[in-house]
Design a binder for this molecule. Structure first.
Ligand SMILES: [Zn+2]
Ligand SMILES: [Zn+2]
Length: 383
């Protein structure tokens, strides 16, 4: 309990040894869960602080600006190094990524690299196929074994003490971010009262609501990107491409593409695969903050096109097969219906045919007996 509380402040504090901790069985550590509970409970603050258009739009804006940090910085820079920056630029990016409240960049990168190494295997910390949906979405973060950062797996990042410090004290930036939200709201209340916001309202909307949504949006990649969508590349895991997840996570939904080739800056490999993170990084590259964005190799693009083509041919063949069967299914009952109708109609005519001779007989009897007083007038006139 005491260890868990100290770890809230110093995430490298592991008196029993990080390696021992990593070998513990998966289990929810309830003390470590508290920050998550507080984050979610904070959203209920809207009942007290109310809402203003400014605060609500700020929450949306801060969601996307920080989702960009999750995908463009934690993922595409620290985890995969798909572009370059200076040491100062890297520190700035780490601060930006720190506002996402998703632990330090080294912890994030270590776990993500581990995910790529063991995707959908027993070792994968957040595979929905191995551990179930809820565990892959949120449970895995609460487990003690996933708490320490394995610095030996991120040596390229661990050589920068400023990054290690931010990673170790990973609450510093989130707390500064929360205070800045309160400060911004207090300033707006004083200098722009027409906006109708204040410190507490901005803290609730800009920090608690926006960060909780950001957490769940990001977690959808862990829990759903291996369940929902289509597989273009035949990777060894069950990663998928999903347009919906690409919108929620600014391009990360093209997860199957990414599992096939992780070293490029874009996850949407083709122009029609929307990838806002890539567009943002491209814009940032014009400022000189980052450079050396890596493109998708032509061989990977060709492989994807071939796979798409093969799938569309297979789909059209299946459709034809189904259509053929459908035609037969439609033709056979129709033919049967006609046959039944004909037979029924023929049967229905039988009494009429039986009546026929009776009429004929009547007429004949009139013909042979022209003077029959009972004969109808019409009969006489017809003859
Ligand atoms: Zn994955
Ligand atoms: Zn990745």
């Amino acid at each position: 309990m005491a260890t868990a509380i100290v770890q809230w402040i110093d995430s490298d504090y592991c008196p029993e040894g990080a390696e021992k901790m990593r070998n513990e069985p998966d289990k929810v550590d309830w003390v470590r869960v508290m920050p998550f509970v507080i984050l979610h409970l904070g959203c209920f603050g809207i009942l007290w602080v109310g809402v203003s258009a400014f605060a609500a739009w700020a929450a949306v804006f801060l969601y996307f600006i920080r989702m960009f940090a999750v995908t463009g910085i934690h993922h595409r820079y620290f985890s995969h190094k798909t572009y370059s920056t200076s040491r100062a630029g890297q520190f700035f990016l780490a601060l930006w990524a720190g506002t996402t409240v998703q632990r330090g960049s080294l912890w994030w990168a270590y776990h993500h690299r581990h995910h790529h190494q063991h995707s959908d295997e027993e070792e994968d910390a957040h595979s929905p196929h191995v551990h179930g949906f809820l565990w892959s979405h949120i449970g895995w973060i609460t487990s003690r074994r996933n708490f320490p950062t394995d610095y030996s797996k991120v040596k390229d990042l661990a050589k920068y003490p400023e990054l290690v410090w931010l990673n170790r004290f990973d609450l510093v930036v989130p707390i500064a971010y929360a205070f800045s939200m309160y400060g911004l709201g207090a300033l707006l209340e004083r200098y722009a009262p027409g906006l109708g916001t204040n410190g507490w309202q901005m803290l609730v909307w800009g920090f608690f609501v926006s960060t909780t949504a950001l957490f769940h949006g990001t977690a959808c990649i862990n829990s759903m990107a291996h369940l929902m969508g289509k597989r273009r590349y035949n990777t060894t895991d069950d990663s998928r491409n999903s347009f919906i997840l690409a919108i929620i996570c600014l391009g990360e939904g093209w997860h199957n593409n990414h599992h096939r080739y992780q070293s490029c800056t874009r996850n949407g490999f083709y122009w029609w695969e929307i990838d806002p993170t890539y567009y943002g990084l491209k814009l940032l590259s014009y400022t000189g903050l980052i450079w050396g964005l890596k493109s998708v190799p032509q061989s990977i693009l060709d492989e994807g096109m071939r796979a798409d083509h093969a799938k569309s041919v297979a789909a059209s063949e299946r459709a034809e097969e189904v259509h053929g069967n459908t035609s037969l299914r439609q033709v056979l009952p129709a033919a049967a219906a006609i046959a039944v109708a004909t037979a029924t109609a023929a049967h229905a005519e039988l009494p009429k045919k039986a009546d026929g001779p009776a009429i004929h007989k009547d007429l004949s009897s009139e013909l042979v007996k022209p003077n029959n007083p009972a004969a109808p007038d019409s009969g006489d006139r017809v003859i």
